[in-house]
Design a protein around this ligand. Sequence first.
Ligand SMILES: *Cc1c(COP(=O)(O)O)cnc(C)c1O
Length: 412
Amino acid sequence: MLSQERIQKIRDQFPILNQKVYSKPLVYIDNAATTQKPLQVILASNNYYSTMNSNIHRGYHFLSQKSTTYVEKVRKKIQKFIHAKYPSEIIFTKGTTESINLVASSITSSIKKGDEIIISYLEHHSNIVPWQILCERKEAALKVIPINKDGFLKFENFELLISEKTKIVAINHISNVLGIINSVKKIIDKSHEYGALVLIDGAQAISNLCLNVQNLNTDFYVFSAHKMYGPTGIGVLYGKEKILEKLSPYQVGGEMIKKVSFKKTTYSELPFKFEAGTPNIEGIIVWGAAIDFVEKIGIKNIKSYKKELLIYATKRLNTIDGIQLYGNNDPKNKSGIISFNLSKLHCFDVGSILDRFGIAVRTGHLCAHPLMSFFNVTGMIRVSFSVYNTFKEIDYLFDSLLKTKKFLLKSQ
Ligand SMILES: *Cc1c(COP(=O)(O)O)cnc(C)c1O
């Protein structure tokens, strides 16, 4: 495991953590919403604008070639990071949400009345609404894989839902609410038996698992840079080449065309067919620095350190009287996320007192209304760890939760 000295060295690379909020040291444990950025990522942004800013794939001048080379280097870096077969299978988007919208929009023409799309109870709104709209538009049916009270997908029910009518199955790899790692491989294999495509929402998994999209054999895999120490506004749609080739473009315009006349336009090859307009060039290049950061520490090391934090936090939080942890909380099945409520207290009240202690957590519906309804709550408090968090911060969270509880119960 990474030693606390090493963690301190890693922490030192995050300038934002070295500050006080309300005169308390900042404890940032809202990493499932977005992670903080290390100095090398911040500097990469500065470096991009200071040395290479220019539009890509267009000019043949020095700077344009330089930025184009860097963008394509990052594409390859991401290809390797997720073990995709070809760099052309990596499509740059604004993020997870846009990647899902891209697929939902591009497959529209192949969805007919009476077809079915399967999602699960565990989904983030980004992996619900695009499919719902598509179903409404094409008179298709949206089916939902139920979960048990532990928050595990009910595979037996999935087997009952899937049929030849199923065109696509879209589920997350790791739930942003429960932190549970879903057995996606089983779902992918079963879906393929029926000829359905599979999209995996990997927004949480990208910073937690050693990914191999070829082994998973998924058709699409989507994620965002900002949840893995990179910038906001940039993400990826991974798709199998054969499948991407058949899809129609999502947006049209510059950069994605081969030839335009007023009679007819032909499209560029992959990946450019799906990258209309000037992309977030800076975001792509800076993301490369974030991947370097992750690879230097090692995703395996990050994963196992976060697991230790999770084990420790789960054990401590569980001893708080009246706490309710949602979903199965055996750390073996989870990434570094814990969602809970304190009995009789509203999550927003708890969150705002924690904020006064300098602790940043997420409160509310966590972009998952159906899951909130399932647990019969309107919101939860979510803590989510990253490589720069410490056991001391967990102790401080624990003490602060006790104080928060006492304060709020007294004022009731
Ligand atoms: C954060 C998140 C999203 C949305 O990601 P954006 O970067 O906001 O597009 C979707 N799904 C899951 C599981 C997430 O955690």
